[in-house]
Design a protein around this ligand. Structure first.
Ligand code: CTP
Length: 427
């Protein structure tokens, strides 16, 4: 869900200092953040703090002639894709439940048609008060509003009990969980998209009993294929030889050599492809000649002539109707520099780099740690299970793929399946 426009409302409460960390985490996760503070909030944290963290001017007043000429309350309400009010004071919750629009934040909440998450923070006696609980019941019955928290525990005033605001990390988790539910009910973040993905090693035969290959297990590629399928994509998995079971619901096409991988991938891309991910560890060279009989040893030394294999990823990325392309870069040194250079040379939208010199990660392991680069951004995931990395990557790719499809539809048509052969350029 990276890239969501989130309006963060801050109301009066000592927990407002934690909201600064929340804004930092939201920005770090790739969201656009606009902060609106109530007058009470300004008594605890200055707007300048939130301005510095969000990179946007902070709005504090409903009747601000300067702001109304720019982003007024209606524009703010239309801009926001979701609203998080943290901390949500008893007073703000009561005003919202009553449908009041007596300050900027309450007005924006009245005008917005997006989910509003309230993260309550107040003294335990205030939370338990029967009038507050009546308000809570009203808000719980409001389909636009969700309450995240409060937690029980030690309070700033010294009391112990329910009323503590959730920690910023817990708010991020609640946001991710809710987004996953929305995505699933909408059919998944990749619903309607076709993914072609390569995985595993290739095997380049020398003679009937010998070959050149590498240690790739295919686990990362299979995990991404499974995560993308779970997110609604139709998946074609072009796989080199691996010891993994064919994943359910995925169109598996097995290959052996780099040339077969290219041929099979191009056929799959021709059938229609929105997203191409190359996780395969393709042998860069193959023996120039294949000996149809087993080679016999004779001389003390032997030289094997090798020729370059075609680069499937570069060829797909160079197509006139290229899908959104994601490459992988296994490096042992200068990881970021090599990865960014590969992304540029091959003309990719994104590259996922991992340091294969780290013991216990990457090749043949169940875990990985990766750095992801786009033309403008950089992200890090792990160390964690490859399945977790796969889900993070799908979540990162989906909004960028959708933004690119939207852009290209506006400009020159989509990257969808070509309508006829005339739409296709030879690669
Ligand atoms: N790739 C491909 N076809 C090839 C070679 C690589 O599709 N013949 C893809 C891989 O699946 C991966 C990316 O390209 O997504 C890796 O690029 P590459 O430059 O081959 O990486 P290295 O093999 O690490 O390159 P080098 O040996 O030059 O570091």
């Amino acid at each position: 869900m990276a890239g969501t426009r989130i309006l963060v409302g801050v109301t009066g409460g000592i927990a407002a200092y934690k909201t600064a960390e929340l804004v930092r985490l939201l920005k770090k996760a790739g969201h656009s953040v606009q902060v609106v503070m109530t007058r009470g909030a300004e008594a605890f944290v200055t707007p300048l703090t939130f301005q510095a963290l969000s990179g946007q001017p902070v709005r504090t007043s409903l009747l601000d002639p300067e702001a109304e000429a720019g982003m007024g309350h209606i524009e703010l309400a239309k801009w926001a894709q979701r609203i998080i009010v943290a901390p949500a004071s008893a007073d703000f919750m009561a005003r919202l439940a009553a449908g009041m629009a007596d300050d900027l934040l309450a007005t924006v909440c009245s005008a917005a048609e997006v989910p509003i998450a309230l993260v309550p923070a107040m003294n335990q006696a205030m939370w338990g008060n029967h009038r507050t609980q009546r308000v809570v019941q009203l808000l719980q019955a409001d389909p636009q509003v969700r309450l995240w928290g409060p937690e029980e525990g030690q309070q700033a005033c010294g009391d112990n009990g329910p009323g503590r605001m959730l920690e910023p990390e817990q708010i991020m988790q609640a946001l991710a969980q809710e987004q996953a539910q929305i995505d699933n009910s909408a059919g998944g973040v990749l619903a309607g998209k076709r993914l072609v993905i390569t995985a595993g090693p290739t095997r380049e035969p020398i003679d009937p009993v010998r070959y050149i290959s590498n240690h790739s297990s295919g686990k990362m590629g299979y995990a991404i294929a499974i995560a993308a399928h779970a997110a609604g994509a139709e998946v074609v998995l072009v796989s080199g030889p691996v010891n993994l079971s064919p994943p359910a619901g995925i169109n598996l096409r097995s290959v052996m050599t780099a040339e077969q991988m290219l041929e099979t991938t191009m056929a799959a891309v021709d059938e229609g492809c929105d997203l191409f991910i190359a996780t395969a560890a393709v042998a860069d060279y193959r023996p120039q000649d294949y000996a149809s009989d087993k080679l016999k040893k004779s001389a003390a030394e032997m030289t094997l002539a090798l020729v370059r294999n075609p680069d499937t990823l570069a060829i797909v990325a160079a197509r006139a109707d290229a899908p959104f392309t994601v490459g992988f870069a296994a490096e042992t040194n200068d990881v970021a520099r090599h990865a960014i250079s590969k992304m540029g040379k091959k003309g990719l939208d994104m590259i996922v780099a991992n340091d294969v010199s780290v013991p216990g990660l990457g090749f043949n392991s169940d875990n990985n740690a990766v750095s992801v680069f786009t033309a403008t951004d950089q992200f890090h995931f792990g160390p964690c299970a490859k399945q977790q990395i796969a889900h993070e990557l799908v979540a990162l790719i989906a909004p960028r793929l959708n933004a690119r499809v939207g852009d290209s539809q506006n400009q020159k048509g989509s990257h969808q399946k070509p309508q006829n052969n005339a739409d296709r350029k030879p690669s």
